[in-house]
Design a protein around this ligand. Structure first.
Ligand SMILES: Cc1cc2nc3c(=O)[nH]c(=O)nc-3n(C[C@H](O)[C@H](O)[C@H](O)COP(=O)(O)OP(=O)(O)OC[C@H]3O[C@@H](n4cnc5c(N)ncnc54)[C@H](O)[C@@H]3O)c2cc1C
Length: 316
């Protein structure tokens, strides 16, 4: 996990319009362009092709149509319509039915009631088609409202939904009890956002220790938990604790991001584990891309190398 300073730096860079315009022009241009390492493409057909390739490797997937912090109700409506159309395209393509989405993409910053309505419009379509929909967790300003909305929809009978909890946050131990009491599914992550010390652990060792504690509780009392991490130490603990409790690999899954640790994705599957790859796609890929760079500054080297190679290839 990265230190706080690079998370802050990449968060600031992610807000730069100049950088965004430049990246948008080059990042996705060709099949080898730099952003394609982490993002499946800008269109639904590209995402579906990627999902098919992922399935061919024996992996599961969840599709995330990128977008967040939408600033108007008309943009939120458009995002909602797009999600419903993506659902239809997935059904038509005959691939696995699993989506991930963010509430700020559905208008949470503009009007909470509209965001809930929008989510309901998506679920009305996806529930009947047998989809599972995961509500991603954004920064800590959204934790409480995200859990509240999740709980409301759960109580209204939407049971094919799941939530995400971030081990980095101090509050997560309590939030876990709340979600366990509902009987809902949890994706456990370390947390992608820079948070202050009043709300979150600041050192990797503390985040890892919290992750392990939460994982243990999820294995004991959770319904099909998802351990979303690339950290082999956490994979080893999950496997060990599941075995000790007599839980077979069908009782939980590992989740990894598209383009990150493909070697681990494959080896976990070869060991008989369920592995789901989070496949992001869409035009609004820049903030997601910057978070991935911020997590591992070494990724910048590979991005720069790919830009250099592309420039060389384009020289007459
Ligand atoms: C499926 C999935 C869904 C997620 N959903 C959310 C969410 O809803 N909300 C949220 O806040 N966060 C989410 N995250 C991100 C998560 O919080 C972490 O920021 C991210 O997974 C990096 O932490 P780590 O657990 O992999 O472990 P770390 O300790 O950070 O890393 C362990 C090892 O993984 C590898 N690695 C980690 N990140 C990268 C990278 N970007 N590039 C290359 N190698 C890398 C490195 O080898 C590193 O040494 C999600 C992650 C996954 C896998």
């Amino acid at each position: 996990m990265l230190d706080g300073a690079s998370k802050v730096l990449f968060h600031l860079l992610a807000q730069s319009n100049g950088l965004k315009a430049l990246a948008s022009r080059y990042g996705m241009r060709r099949s080898q362009s730099f952003a394609r390492r982490f993002i499946a493409g800008e269109t639904t057909p590209e995402a579906i092709d990627t999902a098919r390739a992922v399935e061919a490797r024996g992996l599961l997937h969840t599709l995330d149509h990128l977008g967040e912090s939408v600033g108007s109700l008309s943009d939120a409506d458009a995002a909602t319509r797009e999600y419903r159309e993506i659902g239809e395209a997935i059904v038509a393509a005959g691939i696995g039915r699993n989506l991930s989405l963010k509430l700020t993409q559905l208008g949470l910053d503009v009007d909470r009631a509209s965001a809930v309505d929008n989510l309901r419009k998506i679920l009305d379509r996806t529930d009947s088609a047998g989809f599972f929909v995961r509500i991603d967790m954004e920064n800590s300003a959204y934790t409480e409202v995200t859990l509240d909305i999740f709980e409301t929809l759960w109580e209204q009978g939407h049971r094919q939904i799941g939530v995400v909890l971030q081990a980095a946050l101090h509050r997560t131990e309590r939030d876990l009890q709340r979600i366990l009491a509902l009987g809902a599914r949890v994706r456990l992550v370390k947390g992608a956002y820079k948070e202050s010390k009043s709300v979150a652990h600041q050192h990797k060792a503390d985040v890892d220790a919290a992750y392990a504690r939460l994982m243990q509780q999820l294995l004991e009392r959770g319904d099909y938990p998802a351990f979303a991490t690339h950290d082999p130490a956490m994979h080893a603990l999950a496997k060990q604790w599941a075995t000790e409790r007599g839980l077979g690999p069908e009782r939980y899954e590992f989740q990894l991001l598209y383009g990150v640790r493909r070697d681990l994705q494959t080896s976990l599957v070869e060991q008989g584990h369920r592995v789901r790859v989070y496949i992001p796609f869409g035009r609004e890929w820049f903030p997601y891309f910057m978070r991935r760079l911020g997590e591992r500054p070494a990724n910048i080297t590979s991005v720069l190398r790919s830009i250099r190679d592309e420039n060389r290839a384009n020289r007459p």
